[in-house]
Design a protein around this ligand. Sequence first.
Ligand SMILES: [Zn+2]
Length: 260
Amino acid sequence: MKCLCGKIKTTRLFQSGLFDVIKCSSCGQVRIETRDGAKRTGYYEEEDVKFYLSHQEMFRRLFGNLLRFIHRYAPSGTLMDIGAGVGLLLDEARNMGYRVIGFEPSKASVKAAKKYFGIELIPREFHKTLKNMNSNIDIVVINHVLEHLKNPKEIIGLCAETLSDTGVLVIGVPNFNSFMRWMKQGKWQSLIPAQHRWQFTLASLDELVLPHGFRRIAVSYENHDRSMHYWWKKPIYAALDRIALVTGHAEAMVVIYKKI
Ligand SMILES: [Zn+2]
């Protein structure tokens, strides 16, 4: 497998079960490769849909925060969600006054979005459809999707074509440069090697996105919920999380890019 930069030479960072986490020797992009017998998992199945529906309040809160962040830079227009899941983010966006469009290849998710929220998602992989779309989208959201894709470069290129001249691209990914990843390596909660093909840092995300005619205008960091930890660990995590947020080492990040 080649890196996004086209080079092949790599360094192995660490192992996680049947997966190897490796880094491109040329550009530093991190990717996850499978060993013999390792299986990657695909799109959302019925049980994932159930999880989203039963944890709806939590996801609505998360997506609400994300949308308020987006709203500061793009307060109106058409918002397109790539990998829309069961449509919770779009439902929240619609409540805030945005026009919404979403792509979702999982049949179970598309059905649920229609049934529970009355949202008609486009039931296809977006890169097969985007090619015929007009360049009039104001906001494209790729939230925790990019790291799953075989060819993220192609998707970013298509997003650039689809966005209007003043459009913004919003990307949410796990932060490979986080304290928790440094501490936990192969056991890091957001590594999810069976699903994630790529892992990004702010620098590697910039390297992927900026050549497509974007500039970075905002970054927001977030940590995971720590309520499941032992009571004696909580103050340690609270201190670490606070430092992580201000230094850019929290577990996930949302980055907003604007067309040049
Ligand atoms: Zn590379």
